[in-house]
Every structure is written in C-alpha cells, then in structure tokens.
Design a protein around this ligand. Structure first.
Ligand code: ACO
Length: 402
C-alpha cells in the first residue's frame, strides 16, 4: 500500500533499490564477473586458469597487490606470513570464554575483532607500514584462529603452528593433529582445499565484501572491518549456504531419499524451503566455480576412496532441478556452495566448519577490497538513504494522559 513514486518525489533525487541489485557503490579493478556468460576473473585472469596454475598464496598476492608474484616475491610473502602464524598467548585463552557448543563462525569473528586489541601497532588505516603488517597478520593468523575454534568445539588441546609447513598444510595440521601423534598431511586433501580457497578468494561486491567496505568506509581498521564481514558471511543466504546444503541433503536422505518430493516442497514455497546451493544474484547462466568444483568433487572423492551417498543425492537433485521449468525459468543454477560441503565432509571437517573454510578462502578478497577502498580518494563514508514510511508529525501526549 506504499506509494513509492510519491515518496521518491520528496527530499531530492533518491534511488530506491532494495538489496542494491542495480546500484554500484564503487569502481573496482579487482574482480570481473559477467553473470550472463558465467565469467569470473581475478585481476583479468580467468578463474579456471588460476585454478589450474596458481596456489592460494599466489592468488592472495594477486588480489592484494595486483599482479601474480614472481618466485622470489612469492617466497618473501610466504616467509613473512609464516613468521606471523602464532597467536598471542593471552588471545589463546580468549577461546576459554566460549561454550563448548559455540558455533565457530561467531568465535572466528570475535577473535578477529580482538586482534585489534592485541596488535594495536597495526590499526592505523592510513599508515602503509601498519596496513602492510595487519594484512600479513590477518592472513597468517586466521587459519590458526579457525583451527582453535575447531579444537575448542571438540575439546582437544591447541597445537602451535608448524612453520615448516605451507599455508594449507599448516592449517590442516593445526585442525586435525593431536600433540601425542605425528600428523601426515594428505596431499590430495591439501591440494583440493587449496583449490577451494582459490575459488572462494574474491567475488566483487557480495554481501560480506560490501560489509567490509562499508565498515571500513568509516575508517575502521582492517581487523574490525574483516570481523564484520565474517558475520555477514555467516548468514545462510550467503556463505552459510554451504552448511545449509549439507543439512538439506542429510534431511532428504533421512526422509527416504525422495528428491522429487523435496523439489515439490521447494516449488510450493513451503515455509522458507529453498533449494540451498542454487541461485545467485549475479550468475544467471551458471556459476563457473560450481562447474570446477563439481569436476573436482568426483575426482577427490574417488582419490580419497570416499564414495558418498549424499553426492548421489546432490547429483540427482541437480538433474531434477535443471530439467524443471520452475528453476529454468528463474535462471536458478548450482552455485559455488552446492558441491563444496561434500568435499569438506570428505576431508573430515564437521558441517559447522564449512563456513569457516569459506572465510579463510575469502580473506584475501576482503583485504584487497579494503585496501582499494582506503586508497581510493573518491571513498566517502557509506551512508544509504531511505524512504520514510512512518507517521507524519504528531504531538507527544504526556504519559498521564495516554
Ligand atoms: N530455491 C528455490 N527458489 C529460489 C531459489 C532457491 N534456491 N533462489 C531463488 N528462488 C526463487 C525465488 O523464490 C524467486 O521466485 P519468485 O519470483 O517466484 O518469487 C526467484 O527465484 C528470484 O529469487 P530472489 O530471492 O529474488 O533472488 P535473489 O537474487 O534475491 O537471491 C540468492 C539470490 C539469495 C542466492 C537465492 O537464490 C537463494 O536464496 N539461494 C539459496 C541460498 C544459497 O545457495 N546462497 C548462496 C549464494 S552464493 C554465495 O553466497 C557464495
């Protein structure tokens, strides 16, 4: 019943664009997406070529500094990160304050927020040396924090980072290693996880990245901005979808594996039932990341010898949806989250860690976008307008007379 055009004519020129579906908030030279053609490029490089030829650290360097590193640049970057993987001992105790059953995403966000209290020598957004330090600290410490959030949830002691290991290998050992036993990193798992991180590393102005930029536009430091982005990512319509997909597949299996019955519920729009892992605001053809992951899922699951009946349900579900007019007419295709959960599960991660893994992958993108925002002289504090629909002016009646 609201007359939008009457509201729009008040108070100067304002665009009304719920969800910012048609509003560009910034120019950016980092990531290019063509949603109709299913194209994704980081700094001009096609995602499939990066997935084939570059490691997560190379891609992180590319996103943050603009070019792929030379071997010596990569070596220096890697060494610098390895030197910063430890957490302050007091910050380690911070995890004791959370209940055992805490979801690791708010724990991750809270610990990243706390970094700005422990590392106050790197919180000035306009000091290049400090920004460089907070960048490396975040990249180095997020996997440690993520692993500790996991260890806390299973009641195991925290391990110290093993800086002889590479980025992904170190994270795997921190997560799955135990002090009394040697832990051998499975190269198949390490390679697949590295690839998944590459595919998640940036996705232009999605909800969490826009959050990082918005918070940062008030000149909040990098730790604070990224901590906010982690909360946005946790939402089930965003990064939380990878957890939701697996829960959906499990519930279909529990109810006898009837994929068609589930699809019918989705089409009937039964109280919030959506086909999780399907649909995307920008991709209206297919999500190029999903295509790469689908191929990888099959290969990795066979290499790990983990035949998963949930993969069969997922493939059947995809087949049913892609031949159903409800999904076809709305241009709903599998997105990056549809198959990732199955891979994470095969690697041994519990469902609650899935979105944490997304956060580790997305970190270089958040950092690169925050750098671009803070260095851009056109940046202004983010401050959207609104169309007011509340009461017109009315007098206050004193309490005794109400
Ligand atoms: N299942 C069933 N129907 C869907 C789905 C879905 N997954 N996604 C969209 N639709 C329908 C809507 O009901 C709507 O139908 P209508 O026109 O009859 O009302 C139509 O498609 C358009 O949907 P919107 O919600 O307007 O699309 P929007 O661009 O706002 O949403 C989103 C995109 C949030 C990703 C949505 O597709 C969704 O909820 N998907 C499931 C959650 C998910 O997988 N999220 C991960 C996204 S990728 C990422 O963050 C990494």
């Amino acid at each position: 019943g609201v007359d939008i055009s009457a509201l729009l004519s008040k108070g100067g020129l304002v665009t009304y664009d719920p969800g910012f579906a048609n509003t560009a908030n910034t120019t950016s030279a980092i990531t290019y997406i063509d949603g109709d053609e299913g194209i994704l490029r980081y700094r001009g490089y096609p995602i499939d070529q990066l997935a084939e030829n570059a490691s997560f650290l190379e891609v992180s360097y590319l996103l943050i500094y603009g070019e792929l590193p030379t071997p010596s640049e990569l070596e220096a970057f890697d060494q610098r990160i390895r030197r910063h993987t430890l957490l302050d001992e007091d910050l380690k105790r911070f995890f004791d304050g959370f209940p055992r059953n805490a979801h690791p995403m708010p724990v991750l966000s809270a610990a990243v927020s706390a970094l700005s209290t422990f590392y106050q020598d790197s919180v000035n957004p306009f000091d290049d040396t400090q920004v460089s330090l907070s960048t490396v600290r975040l990249l180095a410490k997020l996997p440690t924090i993520a692993a500790y959030a996991y260890k806390k949830s299973v009641g195991q002691p925290f391990l110290y980072p093993d800086n002889k290991l590479g980025y992904v290998e170190n994270f795997l050992k921190l997560t799955f290693g135990v002090p009394s036993e040697d832990y051998e990193v499975d190269p198949v798992i390490a390679k697949a996880l590295d690839l998944l991180f590459v595919l998640h590393a940036d996705h232009e102005q999605n909800c969490s990245t826009s959050t990082v930029r918005l918070v940062g536009s008030a000149q909040a430091n990098l730790f604070a901005s990224v901590s906010s982005g982690i909360h946005a990512l946790h939402g089930p319509l965003h990064g939380g979808a990878n957890q939701a997909v697996l829960e959906m597949l499990e519930s279909i299996r529990e109810q006898g594996g009837d994929v068609n019955a589930f699809v019918q519920k989705v089409k009937n729009k039964e109280a919030g039932v959506r086909l999780m892992g399907f649909g995307h605001r920008v991709y209206k053809n297919y999500d190029p990341r999903a295509a790469i992951i689908k191929k990888t899922a099959d290969q990795v699951l066979s290499a790990l010898g983990k035949r998963d009946d949930l993969l069969d349900i997922a493939m059947e579900l995809e087949g049913v949806a892609l031949s159903d007019d409800y999904f076809v007419s709305r241009k709903l295709y599998p997105n990056v989250d549809f198959y990732t959960g199955l891979l994470y599960r095969a690697m041994g991660f519990p469902t609650r860690m899935f979105t944490v893994l997304f956060a580790i992958g997305r970190l270089p993108g958040w950092i690169a976008q925050w750098h671009e925002m803070i260095e851009d002289p056109k940046t202004k504090i983010g401050r959207p307008r609104q169309l007011y629909t509340g009461p017109a002016e009315r007098p206050v009646v004193p309490l005794a007379q109400r």
